[in-house]
Design a protein. Structure first.
Length: 304
């Protein structure tokens, strides 16, 4: 049973790698706003977690199926409507349950599945320890107002917690102008970014054996910060972009797992993105959304 689960996870990881590489290319188009392109990372992460998808002749998988992949139909409620799983390994003769082409392949996947589950549980345990250790470290933070606290144990402003998130500032920020910093962190809270961080780490832990998934995770977290910056700029307007960039420049870069830090991601990249920000028209916004939806449809559907 565990070997069969790992077989499909391995296939899902291959498909996620293909879609993730394409998302990497698309995100490099400078004219695309980060607050929209960040959602494209849902595509490879979806591919990592959901084994089946809707069939479509316009899917990227339809092109690839001519060369390397095979589509395994799991449910077909109508002639022109079917759900399937993408099989890139093609090491099985039949499915549900899986019958491998040779016994050696069965032994390989059974052994690999045991290693996979052990490492996955170890990473999950480590992430759990890090999460609760982080919350414990900021337990003694001094309340400034509302859900904003001061602590001498952190070097950069950040949002901690998921259910009841708190904005924690370094103690040295007590007498500083923190308006834009708080706006940034409140944007993280409104978007439930800490929850998305936790889910992203968990999904990546499932695919720990795939180095590309760790690359996708890093880029997703970076784009999340760039997206948050753009959301702030939408609120404050172009006139205060330099002021916002300056407040970011004065902060220290901080590496956190389950906390959305004001100084997270590469500071230089974020400042360049802030200073080059231009407000979009409703027409351009509509075009970008339509484009991203088309990309999502092509990458999320299976060969039909």
């Amino acid at each position: 049973m565990l070997g069969e689960i790992f077989y499909w996870i391995f296939n899902m990881s291959i498909t996620a790698s293909i879609t993730g590489l394409l998302v990497m290319l698309i995100r490099n188009v400078k004219k695309l706003p980060k607050r929209l392109t960040v959602f494209l990372w849902l595509i490879p992460f979806f591919r990592m977690t959901v084994p089946f998808g809707l069939n479509s002749r316009y899917s990227l998988m339809s092109l690839l199926s001519r060369f390397t992949t095979k589509t395994v139909t799991v449910y077909q409620p109508a002639k022109d409507l079917a759900f399937s799983m993408t099989n890139s390994v093609m090491a099985a003769e039949s499915y549900f349950p899986i019958t491998y082409k040779v016994n050696l392949l069965e032994n390989v996947f059974n052994t690999a599945s045991a290693i996979w589950i052990i490492v996955f549980l170890a990473i999950l345990l480590m992430l759990t320890v890090v999460y609760f250790t982080t919350l414990h470290e900021i337990r003694g933070a001094e309340r400034l107002r509302d859900n904003i606290y001061l602590s001498d144990k952190i070097i950069s402003p950040a949002v901690y917690g998921i259910i009841k998130p708190r904005i924690i500032l370094p103690s040295s920020y007590k007498n500083k102008d923190i308006e834009l910093i708080i706006l940034h962190e409140k944007t993280h809270i409104r978007r439930a970014d800490n929850l998305w961080r936790m889910l992203a780490y968990t999904v990546t832990a499932i695919h720990w054996f795939n180095p590309l998934c760790w690359v996708f995770l890093k880029l997703f977290l970076s784009d999340m910060e760039l997206s948050c910056d753009e959301r702030v700029l939408v609120r404050i307007g172009d006139a205060r972009a330099k002021e916002y960039a300056l407040s970011l420049l004065e902060s220290k870069q901080s590496a956190t797992v389950f906390a959305s830090a004001f100084g997270g991601a590469k500071i230089r990249t974020r400042i360049e993105n802030i200073l080059s920000y231009k407000k979009m028209t409703w027409f351009s916004l509509t075009v970008f959304i339509a484009l991203l939806l088309a990309v999502a449809y092509v990458l999320l559907t299976n060969a039909g």
